[in-house]
Design a protein around this ligand. Structure first.
Ligand code: SF4
Length: 192
């Protein structure tokens, strides 16, 4: 079909709904179904599909992870799921980038107090430093009893904030570690 420039911009309201220029063209009647279906088929033609779950929130949308030769080539909603029926929200639709993303930092970056530049540390050095600081802070701030004698055995000077991509097993062990240290301020966006 013919789509004029005027038609395209008139339909930009619809684009706000879909968030894409593709949305504008769809709103004026252009059909991309055959092209998109073909591109989709090519993308995962020789891929192995592994069921998984989006880690970002408690909705727990089901996903299919496509791999070729052990490498992830695509992640999308699983149409067999009764609650997300193949769909993913924008955040979930970007989980591919958790795994394949050239901009993702792969080293620990440390900026010393007062410094202007970041320094790359190896993981062991960073973990050792974190452990040193946790022990020092805990030793300095640990409260065994309140003034009225009630035992509390905690420190309120350390706060634990977890990420959405931590899974059940990680969170279980993390809770045990934090509680064992007497840390009571624990929050995590992941709820699955
Ligand atoms: S972040 Fe989005 S895709 Fe992921 S589980 Fe939540 S609603 Fe589903």
């Amino acid at each position: 079909m013919d789509v004029s420039r005027r038609d395209f911009f008139k339909a930009s309201g619809a684009a706000a709904l879909t968030g894409t220029a593709l949305g504008s063209l769809t709103a004026v009647g252009a059909s991309f179904a055959p092209t998109m279906a073909h591109a989709q088929a090519l993308r995962i033609q020789h891929a192995k599909a592994v069921p998984s779950v989006c880690p970002y929130c408690s909705v727990g949308c089901a996903t299919l992870v496509h791999t070729v030769g052990g490498k992830i080539v695509n992640i999308e909603g699983d149409p067999r799921s009764p609650h997300n029926e193949g769909t993913l929200c924008p955040k979930g639709a970007a989980i591919y980038q958790l795994h394949v993303n050239p901009n993702r930092p792969t080293k620990v970056l440390h900026r010393a107090p007062g410094a202007t530049d970041w320094e790359a540390w190896d993981l062991e050095r960073a973990v050792t430093r974190v452990a040193e600081l946790i022990k020092k802070t805990r030793d300095e701030t640990f409260i065994e009893r309140l003034e009225n004698g009630t035992p509390v055995n905690c420190t309120t000077s350390i706060f634990s904030l977890g990420g959405a991509t931590l899974d059940n097993e990680w969170n279980h062990i993390h809770q045990k570690l934090m509680r064992g240290l007497g840390i009571v301020a624990i929050e995590n966006q992941a709820r699955i």
